[in-house]
Design a protein around this ligand. Structure first.
Ligand SMILES: NC(=O)C1=CN([C@@H]2O[C@H](COP(=O)(O)OP(=O)(O)OC[C@H]3O[C@@H](n4cnc5c(N)ncnc54)[C@H](OP(=O)(O)O)[C@@H]3O)[C@@H](O)[C@H]2O)C=CC1
Ligand SMILES: N[C@@H](CC=O)C(=O)O
Ligand code: NA
Length: 374
C-alpha cells in the first residue's frame, strides 16, 4: 500500500550536478517526511548513468545514503528513453523525472514523458534550445498553465544555473511588462576563463590552463568545446528569447562567435582538444594585449534584442569600470531592460556554474512540482 502523499523520483545522471542533486534530495526527503501536519514521502525509485542503472522491479525505494556503492555494484544496463517512459508510467504513484544529463535523446523524449503524466525537472538545455517544434511539443504536452493531465516541466538551471533567471523573465512576461532587451554574461565557464586569464589590472595565466581548471571545477559542459564554441551561451539565449516571445528556430540560427581555433575543429575528442589548446595561447595573449592597449578587457557576452528580433553571442571589449569587467569567478550577470524598469535594468548576478548551485535550481524546481502535485 503506497504511503500517503508519496512521490516517486527517477534520477538520470550522477555527475557533477547529479551527485549534488542527490545530496540535496536526501536533505529534502528527510525534511518533508518530518512535517507532521502534511508529510510527503519522496522515494528514489530509479538512478541511472550512461553505463549503469539501479532500480527495483516493484518500485521499492533505493537508498539515498548508499546510492554510490549500490550503483557501482549494479550490473543492470540503462533503459532507453522509451523503456524508461514505460517503466515510470506504470508506477503506482506520481513520478518526477530528474534529467541531470546533457543527453539529446532523453531531451527529445520529454513530450512522451509529459503525455504519460510524468513531470520533469532538469538543468539540461537541449530540450528547450533545439528545434522550435520540440519546444512547442514540450509545452503543449505539459500541464504548466493548461492543466490537461500531462506532467509539469521546470528547467530553471538551464540558464544561469540556480540564479532565478527563467522565473524572473516568466514573471515579467506574465504580468504584462514589455521585455525589450536581455544582455550580459551567460556562461560560468566563459566568465571564469576571462576573469582569470584577463583580469582588470593585468596578469592572468595561460588561457589553456584556465580552460583545464574550469573543467576540474565542474563549470564546463561534459565536453568543454560546447562552451568554447559559443553554443552553450547560444542555447541559453535561445531559451530566453523564446520565453520573451521570439520564435527562434535553433541556437545556430543567429551569429555565434566560436573560440575554437580552426586547426582544432577536427579534434576527435575533448581530451585531444584540451591537450592541443596550449598551442594557441599566443593568439589569446595577443587579444589581451590589444584590449589592454585601449585600457580595456575582453569578455564573452550575449544579447537578445526583442524589439529588433536579434540574438547575438561573442567577444566584446569593456572598460575596466564596467560591471561586466568586474565580475569574479564563475559569475553571470544578466540585465533585463523592460518598459517598467526603464533605463535602470533589473539585474541578476551570481555564480552561473558549479554542481551545488546548479543542483539547487533543480531541487527548487522539484519543490515547485511537489506543490503542484498536491
Ligand atoms: N555543471 C554546471 O555548472 C552546470 C550544468 N548544467 C547542465 O547540467 C547537466 C549535467 O551537467 P554535469 O553534471 O556538469 O555533467 P557531467 O558530465 O558531470 O555528468 C553527466 C551525467 O549524465 C550521465 N549521462 C550522460 N548521458 C546519459 C544517458 N544517455 N543516460 C544516462 N545517463 C547519462 C553521465 O553518465 P556517466 O557517469 O556514465 O558518464 C553523468 O553521470 C548538463 O545538461 C549541463 O549543461 C547546467 C547549469 C550548470
Ligand atoms: N557550462 C555551462 C554550465 C552551466 O550552464 C557554463 O559554463 O555556464
Ligand atoms: Na537559473
Amino acid at each position: 500500500m503506497p504511503l500517503p502523499r508519496q512521490v516517486f523520483i527517477a534520477v538520470i545522471g550522477a555527475g557533477g550536478v547529479g551527485r549534488c542533486f542527490l545530496k540535496q534530495l536526501h536533505y529534502l526527503a528527510s525534511h518533508l517526511c518530518r512535517d507532521s501536519s502534511a508529510p510527503t514521502y519522496l522515494s528514489l525509485i530509479l538512478l541511472s548513468t550512461s553505463k549503469k542503472c539501479l532500480r527495483n522491479p516493484d518500485y521499492r525505494s533505493l537508498h539515498l545514503d548508499t546510492w554510490e556503492q549500490d550503483l557501482a555494484a549494479s550490473s543492470t544496463a540503462p533503459l532507453s528513453p522509451e523503456e524508461l517512459a514505460e517503466y515510470l508510467a506504470h508506477a503506482p504513484n506520481k513520478v518526477v523525472l530528474v534529467d541531470n544529463t546533457s543527453n539529446q535523446a532523453l531531451a527529445d523524449a520529454y513530450p512522451l514523458f509529459l503525455h504519460k503524466g510524468i513531470s520533469i525537472v532538469t538543468p539540461n538545455k537541449k530540450a528547450f534550445s533545439s528545434n522550435y517544434d520540440l519546444w512547442k511539443s514540450i509545452f503543449s504536452a505539459a500541464s504548466n498553465g493548461n492543466g490537461h493531465g500531462g506532467g509539469y516541466v521546470f528547467h530553471e538551471s538551464s540558464v544561469g544555473a540556480g540564479l532565478p533567471v527563467i522565473c524572473t523573465l516568466k514573471e515579467l512576461v506574465e504580468t504584462g511588462d514589455e521585455v525589450r532587451k536581455i544582455e550580459g554574461v551567460f556562461s560560468g565557464t566563459m566568465s571564469f576563463l576571462f576573469n582569470s586569464f584577463m583580469p582588470v589590472g593585468g596578469g592572468g595565466g595561460p588561457f589553456s590552463a584556465e580552460v583545464k581548471k574550469a573543467k576540474e571545477l565542474g563549470y564546463t559542459e561534459p565536453d568543454p568545446r560546447d562552451d568554447l564554441n559559443g553554443l552553450d551561451v547560444a542555447r541559453k539565449l535561445t531559451i530566453l528569447a523564446r520565453i520573451a516571445g521570439l520564435e527562434v528556430e535553433s541556437p545556430t540560427s543567429f551569429p555565434v562567435q566560436s573560440l575554437i581555433p580552426k586547426e582544432l575543429e577536427g579534434c576527435k575528442s575533448g581530451d585531444e582538444f584540451l591537450e592541443r589548446l596550449g598551442e594557441f595561447d599566443g593568439k589569446m595573449e595577443e587579444l589581451k594585449k590589444q584590449a589592454a592597449a585601449e585600457g580595456k578587457v575582453v569578455r564573452f557576452v550575449g544579447s537578445v534584442d526583442v524589439a529588433k528580433k536579434e540574438v547575438k553571442v561573442g567577444l566584446e571589449k569593456f572598460d575596466a569600470s564596467h560591471p561586466i569587467a568586474a565580475l569574479k569567478g564563475s559569475d553571470n550577470i544578466i540585465s533585463f531592460y523592460t518598459k517598467r524598469y526603464g533605463d535602470n535594468p533589473l539585474i541578476i548576478q551570481g555564480a552561473g556554474a558549479g554542481g551545488e548551485v546548479t543542483a539547487m535550481g533543480v531541487t527548487a524546481d522539484l519543490i515547485k512540482v511537489l506543490r503542484l502535485l498536491h
